[in-house]
Design a protein around this ligand. Structure first.
Ligand code: ADP
Ligand code: GN1
Ligand code: MG
Length: 372
């Protein structure tokens, strides 16, 4: 957790730099993201309350916020253009508010970068999935998001975090954290370290397929945990994909893998009772169905063949990242208690085991959908 993230921010002053009508009423921290500082801010616009999402971009994590905002501006404009005749378009894709001088971000005197989005009202996001329909809708929304970006014109998007899903690199980062052991914690997590180190081959498979040209680079979201999609409160439809900081060149399977990681177990990411972590096959089935509903026309055979594997890969990768952060003294992910990153790591590793137990069955489900 960075020191800046503990500071209180003057959201009213930040908002005064943006072209927003009405009067500021109040602002409060919002959501359960691990990275940015997010506020919901209320304005009074002629007697009507209108809310906005005001976010401080974590520039410890994202080293070049203007390059990141350039990506988000291009991507959101592109999708807005596609659905411009939809009267509810601002419910389906994020909408950035301009600053007084026409930019989409503002830098304050302390060097913090800020952006403001229209608040998508009457929606919900779920940290833990409740039913198969949500799994289906969430996966369909992320598949559609990838599909919308297949024809994004212009230059390659900026890499907002280089090597973000380079799993072998994440493995090496863990090896280094174990070696450095700055907090003297490695001894107490030997079991977790051994679990990961014995799965080195898993970390290399996707990049090998990519090097062979079997899985292509695409524009992907790269952080598709299910609380990064907003569901319509009334219809349950999952339509507005949020948290676009990591939208950049990537592999489609990174996105599907994170859907498996976050959409199949009934346990919270930081659950301490590991027996609650389970692979629920009905949710997995719904994820495959939802994702392929949107994505089957552009995916290659190798991508579809590796849908189940991607869940094991990404769950192991995020487990490695939580363990690396635990060993490094909790410098990256926001934590809310001692050992929080270790608890998060343990749920991931348990889910990897569950996937390994059911991998053949999971592969059969994906293969079955491919035939349809
Ligand atoms: P982080 O990178 O920290 O996860 P997010 O962009 O995901 O930040 O935002 C944190 C939370 O704020 C989300 O999980 C969601 O609940 C809420 N949120 C973000 N953007 C919007 C929006 N435009 N409308 C409504 N809620 C939003
Ligand atoms: C972070 O930003 P948020 O909370 O949606 C992280 C993801 C991890 C996730 C684990 C930029 O996502 O990569 O998978 O936590 N985002 C970044 O919950 O590192
Ligand atoms: Mg988020």
């Amino acid at each position: 957790m960075t020191v800046e993230s503990k500071k209180k921010h003057d959201v009213k002053k930040i908002m005064s730099q943006f072209d927003i009508p009405g009067d500021f009423v109040a602002a409060a921290p919002y959501g359960s993201g691990h990275i940015n500082d997010t506020y919901a801010a209320v304005t009074d616009q002629g007697g009507t309350s209108v809310r906005y999402i005001v976010q401080r971009i974590n520039h410890f994590v994202f080293k070049n916020p203007p390059a990141l905002m350039e990506n988000i501006e291009r991507v959101t404009k592109h999708i807005h253009e596609k659905i411009k005749n939809d009267p509810h378009s601002t419910r389906h894709v994020l909408t950035l508010l301009p600053t007084l001088d026409g930019k989409c971000w503002f830098q304050d005197r302390d060097g913090n970068y800020w952006r403001i989005y229209i608040f998508v009202e009457n929606t919900k996001s779920y940290d833990v999935i409740e039913n198969s329909e949500q799994a289906f809708q969430g996966a369909k929304a992320f598949g559609e998001f990838q599909k919308d970006l297949v024809d994004l014109p212009g230059k390659r998007l900026n890499d907002t975090i280089p090597d973000f899903h380079n799993t072998p690199q994440r493995f090496r980062n863990l090896e280094k954290a174990v070696k450095d052991d700055v907090k003297n914690r490695a001894k107490s997590v030997k079991k977790e370290i051994d679990f990961i180190f014995s799965r080195k081959d898993v970390t290399e498979k996707l990049l090998n397929l990519s090097a062979q040209g079997l899985v292509p680079e695409r524009v992907t979201h790269n952080d598709t945990k299910l609380n990064n999609v907003l569901f319509d409160e009334k219809t349950g439809e999952g339509r507005c994909v949020i948290d676009l900081d990591t939208v950049m060149p990537g592999l489609a399977l990174y996105d599907f893998g994170d859907l498996i990681r976050t959409g199949t177990s009934p346990a919270a990411e930081d659950e301490r009772e590991l027996s609650k972590v389970r692979m629920q096959m009905d949710k997995y089935d719904a994820l495959v169905k939802g994702y392929l509903t949107s994505a089957k026309d552009f995916l290659t055979k190798s991508e579809v063949d590796n849908l189940a594997f991607s869940g094991k890969l990404i769950t192991l990768e995020i487990g490695m990242r939580f363990l690396t952060d635990h060993l490094s003294g909790d410098v990256y992910f926001k934590i809310h208690r001692e050992g929080h990153n270790l608890d998060r790591c343990r749920t991931q590793l348990r889910l990897v085991e569950c996937i390994e137990e059911l991998e053949d069955e999971m592969n059969a489900i994906a293969a079955n959908f491919r035939k349809k």
